[in-house]
Design a protein around this ligand. Structure first.
Ligand code: HC0
Ligand code: SF4
Length: 567
């Protein structure tokens, strides 16, 4: 029969591709740097070594199980090999652990502690390579790179971009963009997935907490926050709550305690986006032009399209993302109602996303020198501010979002998971096109983690075909098929991050797929628990139209809620 022996325990082989998978199955945590279930096997870091009878020390990630194998996972030889790997990595690694952005979340630090590395027998490196701090979203520090190649494979395999690569040979090997350029000078889209998978502090999200504290301490400014849909199902993880726990009310309360005057919900702007984007879509369907329509709320996807798919730019929805629509609402209309100048209101977005930091700097989102959104903090940065302040997150009493931007429908919440934007749009498109009430609002076909999801719906006699992709490599493949005439759709949702915003690089680190799945389930649970589930039923959004915007896609709406794209 198909068994192996692991540390004297008989284990059945059940389709596992590697010894590593097989050993982890029985609850032994094999350490790794370069092994990630969603990436190809690289087998370079040598942390996952085990002792195989008759063969000696082997990398378990790249050794397939064979019947009769005898494996030791914790023999003296294995222990020595692991420690040596760690010491060699540390010898070649910047040792500013206490001041590193990744401190406390670093795998190298973690494994050095776990395996009791207290002394490094090898000398310290003396070269100091330059930092890449050029971008809005990420900081790359090659001095902390351990050459596991996770970021390289993430950027090329999952995101289809491939701007990071190995350069030089021998002891001078480095991971870098081509010709040692900065990330801002190559086609990086700021998705941050390289940082999310980096086990050390070699690529990290740019922290802007200092700017937030400065604004909160500036008495001349009204500082308000908007909270993105995906944040509410992830922040709790930073404070020991189970993955996916819905902590909306606690997020609001915590932001209030940090000093934000008002705390608003980005989801209300997502409801508004549904109205604008669906109206635009139905008009394109009627006129048979600029189809398929692509969603435009993911700034990494928009940048990808600008770099790599200029032919498709006319097909992107002209809608600004909910984050930017929210900025417009606050600075262009609400400010007037309050009798304040736009520059006296400071808008901070709490986002799961690193590309949102880039999005607010796009020149079209600054009006008369005043940015529509002033600052983006990621979920992780908010967690850090809460820790800095000393607030006990688990003890904070829940509060509700403030008005006038505090009431959302379930449609605006599901934006946070892959398929959510398409589903929210369908809920509206169906009712607007057919003039009948949609009773069954769940479109299960566009939910879940499959790379490409497809669905067709009859909208008043027209068969409308929808595709949903997440991970830019999946988008790239879909574009190729459309260009070759192999696929035809009317509406396509693209989110750059696997899982959608819940898997954003600004979220608490989650290398385990199950964590992302738990977050997605919570997003749909929050939708189910909502009083209203269709954006077109949001009475507050209806008021915005009455007071400010007239109707979806009006001239006024185009001025402040839509945009155009650069080639
Ligand atoms: Fe998302 Fe959004 S859903 S992109 O993932 O559309 O970041 O959460 O805030 O803007 O609403 C992120 C999340 C947002 C925007 C919304 C959209
Ligand atoms: Fe590649 Fe995204 Fe990292 Fe840029 S941010 S280097 S596109 S993975």
């Amino acid at each position: 029969n198909q068994t192996v022996i692991v540390d004297n325990q008989v284990v059945e082989i059940n389709g596992e591709q590697s010894l590593l998978e097989l050993i982890r199955k029985i609850g032994i945590e094999i350490p790794t740097f370069c092994y990630n279930s969603e990436l190809s096997i690289y087998g370079a870091c040598r942390m996952c070594v085990v002792e195989l009878e008759g063969r000696g020390i082997v990398a378990s990630c790249s050794t397939p199980p064979a019947p009769g194998m005898k494996i030791l996972t914790n023999s003296p030889r294995v222990q020595r090999a692991r420690k040596t790997v760690l010491e060699l990595l540390l010898a070649n690694h910047d040792r500013e652990c206490t001041t590193c952005e990744k401190s406390g979340h670093c795998k190298l630090q973690d494994l050095a502690e776990r395996f009791g590395v207290r002394k490094i027998r090898f000398g310290e490196r003396d070269v100091k390579l330059p930092l890449d701090d050029s971008g809005t979203s990420l900081v790359r520090d090659p001095n902390k790179c351990i050459l596991c190649g996770d970021c390289v494979r993430m950027c090329s395999e999952v995101q289809g971009i491939g701007v990071l690569n190995f350069a030089n040979r021998g002891s001078k090997v480095q991971v870098t963009p081509a010709f040692h350029k900065n990330l801002t000078d190559v086609d990086c889209v700021n998705c941050g997935q390289c940082a999310a998978i980096c086990p050390t502090g070699a690529i990290v999200v740019k922290s802007e907490i200092g700017k937030a504290w400065a604004a909160l301490n500036d008495s001349g400014k009204l500082v308000v926050a908007q909270v993105a849909p995906a944040v509410r199902v992830a922040l709790g993880e930073e404070f020991g709550l189970p993955a996916g726990e819905i902590v909306t009310g606690k997020v609001v309360a915590a932001l209030k305690r940090l000093g934000f005057a008002k705390v608003f919900d980005t989801s209300i702007a997502a409801d508004l986006t549904v109205m604008e984007e669906t109206t635009e879509f139905l008009e394109r369907v009627e006129q048979g032009e600029r189809l398929p329509q692509f969603t435009s709320c993911c700034p990494a996807w928009v940048k990808y399209a600008e770099h790599n798919a200029p032919d498709f730019l006319p097909n992107l929805s002209s809608c600004r993302s909910p984050q930017q629509m929210f900025g417009s609402l606050v600075k262009k209309y609400w400010a007037r109602e309050l009798g304040k100048k736009p520059e006296d209101i400071y808008v901070v977005s709490i986002m799961p996303c690193t590309a949102k930091k880039f999005e607010i700097t796009r020149p079209e989102f600054t009006t008369d020198g005043v940015p529509d959104v002033d600052l983006v903090l990621t979920t992780q940065e908010l967690a850090r501010m809460i820790r800095e302040s000393g607030l006990a997150f688990d003890k904070v009493e829940v509060e509700s979002f403030d008005m006038p931007f505090g009431f959302t429908t379930g449609a605006g919440v599901i934006f946070g998971a892959t398929g959510g934007v398409a589903e929210a749009s369908l809920r509206a498109a169906y009712e607007i096109a057919t003039g009948t009430v949609l009773e069954q609002v769940n479109f299960e076909e566009v939910r879940g983690f499959k790379g490409l999801k497809e669905f067709a719906v009859d909208l008043n006699g027209t068969e409308v075909k929808i595709a949903v992709v997440h991970g830019l490599a999946n988008a790239k493949e879909l574009l190729r098929r459309i260009q070759n005439g192999e696929a035809k759709y009317h509406l396509i949702e693209v989110m750059a991050c696997p899982g959608g915003c819940i898997g954003g690089a600004g979220q608490p680190i989650a290398t385990d797929q199950e964590v992302k799945k738990a977050r997605a389930r919570s997003i749909y649970r929050a939708d189910k628990l909502s009083q209203l589930r269709k954006a077109q039923d949001n009475p507050v959004v209806a008021k915005f139209y009455e007071k400010w915007l007239e109707r979806p896609n009006s001239h006024e709406a185009h001025e402040s809620l839509h945009t155009s794209y650069a080639t």
